[in-house]
Design a binder for this molecule. Structure first.
Ligand code: GN1
Ligand code: MG
Length: 361
C-alpha cells in the first residue's frame, strides 16, 4: 500500500522495521513531514506513538557509523531528573542502524505525551527552551571532543560556507543571479562584517548544532521542556552556534520562511526569557563564550540564510523544498532576522550581562 508523503510502501517499511527488536507486525506507521534532510516516520501501536523511525540521508551524512556513534555516546550522558532520555532501539545482534532497502535506518523511542512548537509567543516556552539547551550542554560538558566524529566537517564554518557560495555564484543560471541580486550583495557585505568573529579563544564543545525550537520536545501536559531531538549533527562546535540557532527560532514569532518581513520580529521579552532559562543551569560557560553570544545571534541566521541562498543558486540540491523558490524565501527571511539581530546588539548585551554576572566584571 502507498504511504502518503513517502517514497516507500507500508510493506517495505514493515520489512525494515522487522530488523529491529520489536514485534513489527502489529505497528502502525505514519510519515512525519517536518525536516529538510531525513525521511521520518512515527510508529504507533493502537494510536499510542512509541517510536521514531528514520532513513538517514546518506548524501548529507557520509559517515553514518560516525554519526550513530556520536548519537549513542551523547544519549548515554543525556539523562537527568530534568532531562528525559531518548534511547536507540537495537537489532537482535546489537546494531543501532541497519543498511537495507537502499538506505540506512534507525529506530528510537518516542517520548509519550510530548509535542514541539515551530514558533512561540510565550515567555514560559522561551524560558524552558533556554533551560533545556543549557541542560544539554551541562550534561555534555565533560565529553571529550576528540571522541566525536566530524560528521559534517566545517558545518557552521563561515569561510567554508562562503567558498561554497562563491562556487554556486560561478555556476548559477543568469536568471537566478538576477532574481537574487540584492540578496547576493547583502551576503557579500555581511560576510566581510562577520569575518571579525574570533573563535580561537572559545572552548570546543560537543554541540547539538541544530537547536531550532522545533527540535525541542515539550510536555503536552505541563509545557516543560523534556529534551532535544534530531541529534544527527551532534559533534564539535562552539556554544554560540547552539545559542544563536535557538534564538533565531524563538525570538522571531514568524516561521523560518515568512515572506512578509514586517512579521519577522526580534522580541526582546522572549530573548530575555530564553537567557533566564539558560542561566537557570550551573554556570558552565566561560567569559569568552558569553562575550561571543551577541554576534552569535547575528551569525547563525546569516549562515543559514547563506546556505539557503547557495542551495537556491544550485537548483535545490541539498534541502528538500516544497516549492521552487522556498530556499530563496528562507534566505530572505533569515537575512532579515539577522539584520534585526544587528540592530538589537546593545539590548542583547545588556540582557546577557544582567543574567550572567561574569560579563559584568
Ligand atoms: C536542516 O532537516 P532539519 O530541519 O533537521 C539542516 C539544519 C537547518 C535546518 C533549517 C544537516 O535540518 O542545519 O537549520 O534544516 N540540517 C542539516 O531549518 O543541514
Ligand atoms: Mg536537523
Amino acid at each position: 500500500m502507498e504511504l502518503e508523503n513517502s517514497n516507500y510502501t507500508l510493506e517495505e517499511l514493515h520489512i525494515v522495521l522487522g530488523y529491529f527488536s520489536i514485534d513489527a507486525a502489529s505497528f502502525h506507521v505514519k510519515t512525519l513531514t517536518a525536516g529538510y534532510i531525513n525521511d521520518t516516520f512515527l510508529v504507533s501501536k493502537t494510536d499510542r506513538p512509541l517510536y521514531i523511525f528514520q532513513r538517514i540521508n546518506h548524501t548529507v551524512f557520509a559517515d553514518i557509523d560516525g554519526l550513530m556513534q556520536n548519537v549513542s555516546s551523547a544519549l548515554k550522558v543525556l539523562n537527568a531528573r530534568d532531562y528525559t532520555q531518548i534511547k536507540l532501539v537495537s537489532t537482535p545482534s546489537g546494531q543501532y542502524h541497519i543498511k537495507v532497502m537502499n538506505g540506512y535506518w534507525r529506530l528510537m523511542t518516542f517520548i509519550p505525551n510530548s509535542t514541539t512548537f515551530n514558533t512561540t509567543t510565550k515567555a514560559t516556552i522561551a524560558f524552558e527552551a533556554g533551560r533545556i539547551v543549557g541542560k544539554f550542554h551541562d550534561l555534555l560538558q565533560h565529553e571529550k571532543p576528540s571522541a566525536y566524529a566530524d560528521t559534517i566537517p566545517r558545518f557552521h564554518d563561515l569561510s567554508y560556507r562562503s567558498a561554497a557560495f562563491n562556487s554556486a555564484l560561478e555556476n548559477a543560471h543568469s536568471s537566478k543571479l538576477e532574481i537574487a541580486q540584492e540578496d547576493i550583495s547583502y551576503a557579500r557585505t555581511t560576510l566581510q562584517k562577520l569575518k571579525a568573529i574570533e573563535v580561537d579563544k572559545l572552548k570546543v564543545r560537543i554541540c547539538h548544532n541544530d537547536t531550532k525550537l522545533n527540535n525541542i520536545l515539550f510536555s503536552k501536559k505541563t509545557n516543560k521542556a523534556l529534551s532535544l531531538i534530531d541529534l544527527d549533527t551532534i559533534m564539535k562546535g562552539y556554544f554560540f552556534y547552539d545559542f544563536g540557532d535557538a534564538v533565531r527560532t524563538i525570538v522571531n514569532t514568524a516561521p523560518e520562511d515568512e515572506q512578509d518581513h514586517s512579521k519577522i520580529t526580534f522580541c526582546l521579552d522572549l530573548f530575555e526569557a530564553f537567557v533566564k532559562g539558560l542561566s537557570d543551569n550551573s554556570s558552565f560557560l566561560t567569559k569568552e563564550e558569553l562575550k561571543s553570544l551577541p554576534l552569535g545571534v547575528v551569525f547563525m541566521p546569516f549562515i543559514h540564510g547563506l546556505r539557503a541562498l547557495t542551495d537556491y543558486l544550485n537548483n535545490n540540491k541539498y534541502y528538500k523544498v516544497s516549492y521552487e523558490n522556498q530556499n530563496l524565501d528562507r534566505c530572505r527571511s533569515l537575512f532579515s532576522f539577522s539584520e534585526k539581530a544587528w540592530g538589537n546588539q546593545k539590548e542583547i548585551q545588556r540582557i546577557l550581562a544582567s543574567h550572567f554576572p561574569a560579563l559584568q566584571a
